[in-house]
Design a protein around this ligand. Structure first.
Ligand SMILES: *[C@@H]1O[C@H](CO)[C@@H](O)[C@H](O)[C@H]1NC(C)=O
Ligand SMILES: *[C@@H]1O[C@H](CO)[C@@H](O)[C@H](O)[C@H]1NC(C)=O
Ligand SMILES: *[C@@H]1O[C@H](CO)[C@@H](O)[C@H](O)[C@H]1NC(C)=O
Ligand SMILES: *[C@@H]1O[C@H](CO)[C@@H](O)[C@H](O)[C@H]1NC(C)=O
Ligand SMILES: *[C@@H]1O[C@H](CO)[C@@H](O)[C@H](O)[C@H]1NC(C)=O
Ligand SMILES: *[C@@H]1O[C@H](CO)[C@@H](O)[C@H](O)[C@H]1NC(C)=O
Ligand SMILES: *[C@@H]1O[C@H](CO)[C@@H](O)[C@H](O)[C@H]1NC(C)=O
Ligand SMILES: *[C@@H]1O[C@H](CO)[C@@H](O)[C@H](O)[C@H]1NC(C)=O
Ligand SMILES: *[C@@H]1O[C@H](CO)[C@@H](O)[C@H](O)[C@H]1NC(C)=O
Ligand SMILES: *[C@@H]1O[C@H](CO)[C@@H](O)[C@H](O)[C@H]1NC(C)=O
Ligand SMILES: *[C@@H]1O[C@H](CO)[C@@H](O)[C@H](O)[C@H]1NC(C)=O
Ligand SMILES: *[C@@H]1O[C@H](CO)[C@@H](O)[C@H](O)[C@H]1NC(C)=O
Length: 416
């Protein structure tokens, strides 16, 4: 083809691009795929999915330092030996109707997600810059502090993933939970920045940093989480989790559960160590919550009657700055929205949980509120040195207990 013909084609193509969308494309060189975003802001998900199809086995996928528009759900699973570089921003669209009708089922608690991602031996790097922007304000205003809303999507779900590392990624203004990890093992997630902050009168409830299910051996290191709900929440069948050297702002702290939501289902949480956590203005430092033993309604906003246990959990070497309620919190009273009572009915067994040593303060009279169920009293609960390096707002140092077997600290009264 002559040079003139080539130029003519280029001119025609560039004219077309003015009229027609110029969609995102994939530049593939060997097993290296670079996703080039659309020029007109149209949906980049076809190009992203194509890049993972072409380079998701023994390859790499790079997002350049531009903004990608995410207007459709994505499932990129079964990847193997792949490196992902996210140098830009993935910006989720605001068509809440679309997301509510099309988000992908996670298979637990009726939760859904905008992106299911997974495989073996994945290295996903954001280099401290790559960003997931969920455009969450529209969701905070839509949900109006209501609890779970069907189809409100988790931003990014790591599923069926093994032997993988996620680092230097930012999640801002997440739609719902920023991330979830399910059916996964041997993961390291480090230098993760999460910040969901509302600018309206509606809060950021349900913007958990991450929730884990059916997952084993996961390390979370150097997370920064600013949100209005659980900072990190190990849920059903989570084991051998290490949460280290992280800073949480304004959320619920490390929240074990809630769990026990499915009638007669047996679930567990075992071996969770949270160390080197600094919590500013958190509701709690370490929080353990189970549903009552009585089923009322169905998940996500109802349920109860689950069986199982949570054990071998330690929250140590913490700094709790201006804790809004208590350092140590156990409740076995979680119930259908608006329902009360049944707090003595859960058969879900809590044991071997330790808070401390740690320093800081609470802005209430409380250090601990430990409300265990009479149907399965909590065993081997330790508050190291009675949390004597934590200040309260005055002369009271409340450590209330209900159904705590042989506490090694002085309970100051019964927990409601
Ligand atoms: C495609 O990738 C190759 C190799 O990295 C690079 O030389 C080329 O400029 C890229 N093309 C576009 C359109 O980005
Ligand atoms: C992993 O993928 C890289 C290319 O990204 C390739 O060079 C390497 O051989 C692969 N490793 C295995 C074990 O296949
Ligand atoms: C990305 O581009 C912005 C300007 O658009 C620049 O400020 C920033 O440093 C770039 N980041 C990286 C990692 O190259
Ligand atoms: C795992 O990924 C790394 C980095 O891409 C690669 O060097 C290694 O060969 C992979 N191992 C396997 C077993 O695929
Ligand atoms: C579960 O989610 C679907 C859609 O995602 C919704 O139609 C259904 O009402 C939800 N069920 C409950 C109990 O919330
Ligand atoms: C994960 O793997 C299980 C079992 O192989 C399968 O049933 C499930 O659909 C997979 N989930 C995803 C999201 O790929
Ligand atoms: C746990 O996962 C890490 C990777 O994060 C791995 O190096 C380690 O071997 C795993 N531990 C076990 C007991 O499999
Ligand atoms: C979170 O975002 C808000 C609003 O942009 C900002 O004011 C705050 O400093 C951020 N927090 C952190 C820890 O970066
Ligand atoms: C919990 O840790 C103990 C002690 O390291 C170990 O024996 C046990 O197998 C672990 N539990 C699970 C579910 O991995
Ligand atoms: C209790 O939990 C601690 C910390 O998680 C662990 O080291 C210890 O082995 C557990 N004790 C028993 C008897 O499992
Ligand atoms: C009770 O808790 C202490 C402190 O964490 C631990 O050393 C011990 O192993 C636990 N015992 C049982 C039976 O769980
Ligand atoms: C809380 O943090 C502020 C700001 O870093 C600091 O000045 C204050 O001493 C801290 N308070 C406690 C009790 O650690």
């Amino acid at each position: 083809m002559g040079v003139n013909a080539l130029s003519l084609i280029q001119i025609v193509l560039s004219l077309c691009s003015v009229v027609h969308p110029w969609p995102g494309t994939v530049n593939k060189t060997g097993s290296i795929c670079t996703v080039i975003p659309s020029v007109d802001g149209s949906d980049d998900t076809p190009a992203i999915i194509s890049a993972f199809e072409q380079c998701g086995q023994d390859g790499s996928v790079t997002f350049i330092n531009e903004t990608y528009h995410i207007e459709s759900v994505m499932q990129t699973t079964g990847l193997n030996n792949v490196t992902v570089h996210l140098y830009g921003t993935l910006l989720w669209g605001t068509d809440t109707g679309y997301w509510r009708n099309n988000s992908l089922q996670l298979g637990y608690q009726n939760q859904t997600t905008a992106w299911i991602f997974g495989g073996n031996n994945i290295t996903f790097m954001g280099h401290g810059y790559g960003t997931f922007d969920g455009n969450g304000q529209i969701w905070y205003d839509l949900a109006q502090n209501e609890s779970n809303m069907p189809g409100r999507p988790i931003g990014f779900t790591i599923a069926n993933t093994t032997n993988s590392v996620f680092s230097g990624i930012r999640f801002v203004q997440s739609q719902f939970w920023s991330t979830a990890i399910t059916h996964s093992e041997n993961l390291l997630l480090e230098d993760i920045y999460i910040n969901s902050t509302s600018t309206s009168r509606w809060g950021t409830s349900n913007t958990d940093g991450t929730d884990t299910f059916y997952s084993n051996n996961i390390t979370f290191r150097r997370w920064s989480v600013t949100n209005g709900d659980d900072s990190i929440a190990p849920k059903a069948n989570s084991s051998n989790l290490l949460i280290q050297d992280s800073t949480f702002y304004g959320g619920n702290g490390v929240a074990i559960g809630s769990i026990g939501q499915y009638l007669n289902a047996f679930e567990f949480i075992e071996n969770v160590t949270a160390e080197g956590i600094t919590c500013y203005d958190c509701q709690y430092l370490g929080y353990v919550k189970t549903w009552t033993g009585i089923q009322q309604g169905y998940p996500p906003n109802g349920g109860g009657g689950g069986l199982g246990y949570a054990k071998n959990i330690v929250f140590r070497d913490f700094v709790a700055n201006n804790t809004r309620y208590a350092i140590a919190q156990i409740t076995q009273c979680t119930s259908y929205v608006g329902a009360t009572g049944g707090c003595d009915t859960s058969k879900f067994q809590i044991s071997n949980i330790t808070w401390g040593p740690g320093v800081g303060n609470t802005v209430t009279g409380y250090l601990a509120e430990l409300q265990c169920s009479a149907a399965a009293p909590c065993q081997n609960i330790t508050l190291v040195d009675g949390l004597n390096s934590v200040e309260t707002n005055g002369t009271e140092r409340l450590m209330t207990c209900s159904n705590v077997v042989d506490p090694t600290f002085g309970c100051t009264g019964s927990a409601e």
